[in-house]
Design a protein around this ligand. Sequence first.
Ligand code: NAP
Length: 252
Amino acid sequence: MSNKIAIITGASRGLGKSAALHLAAQGVDIIGTYHSNVAEAQNVIAEIEALGGRVKMLQLDVGDSSRFEGFVGQVAAVLSAFFKADRFDFLVNNAGVAARASFAETTEAQFDQLVNVHLKGSFFLTQKLLPLIADGGRIINISSGLTRFSPVGYVAYAAMKGAVEVWTRYLANELGPRGINVNSLAPGAIATDFGGGTVRDNPDVNAWVAANTALGRAGQPDDIGAAVAMLLGDGGKWITAQRIEASGGMFV
Ligand code: NAP
């Protein structure tokens, strides 16, 4: 039987990279995307190949929907030439950027970038990729704990993620007849490069997160990579239309 194939956006660093490594370790073939960091994308290729896995990394700006048709063509070509397949099985909409500003200070430019990357990007990329997703496949949209708790500074970002959780549920209903599960996975604060690496590199922020987390520490990329692999594994087959939070119990 041929391997399952996963497309993961933003697979060059952080949570997407961890998801790619976890899935590759389970024998899933990976089509990852990166935005601008070629060196990190090459590192992911090397790490997956060292595990004996198969991987292609493609450039993609999820904030520019005018390029999605071309990207889908690239995916179809890679599926056929490299993976000898005409469909892929799993889509993880993960790529994203941060913007920290109070409601009063949020600029239209920040808002537009967040809409384009987190909401419009994931929505229309998924729409364009739908013909290539195998029946019985799965889609995970990465959301955020910030849709449930509301510290000042994340209003626009969290609003986009909240919208992602809503379209996720609608898509689960629409794709149910094809046997495709669609869920959102909401990480708490995780120590990555995200937002300038604050959770990882700022000791005060890291301690604040730990103090407000039931399990007593900030999350690590591996916590989320493992959760993605779990949802895309056999244990996730009856889970759809859900918001699943992986935050170690932040603000419970
Ligand atoms: P990260 O370490 O900053 O990595 C971001 C990834 O997204 C990189 O692979 C980057 O590619 C890619 N990317 C950035 N902008 C892009 C664009 N316009 N088009 C395509 N790809 C783009 O971030 P992360 O912490 O892994 O976050 C991943 C996701 O988790 C995001 O959706 C974020 O909102 C969400 N999240 C993060 C946290 C957290 O605390 N870290 C918490 C909740 C939710 P390059 O390497 O080429 O730049």
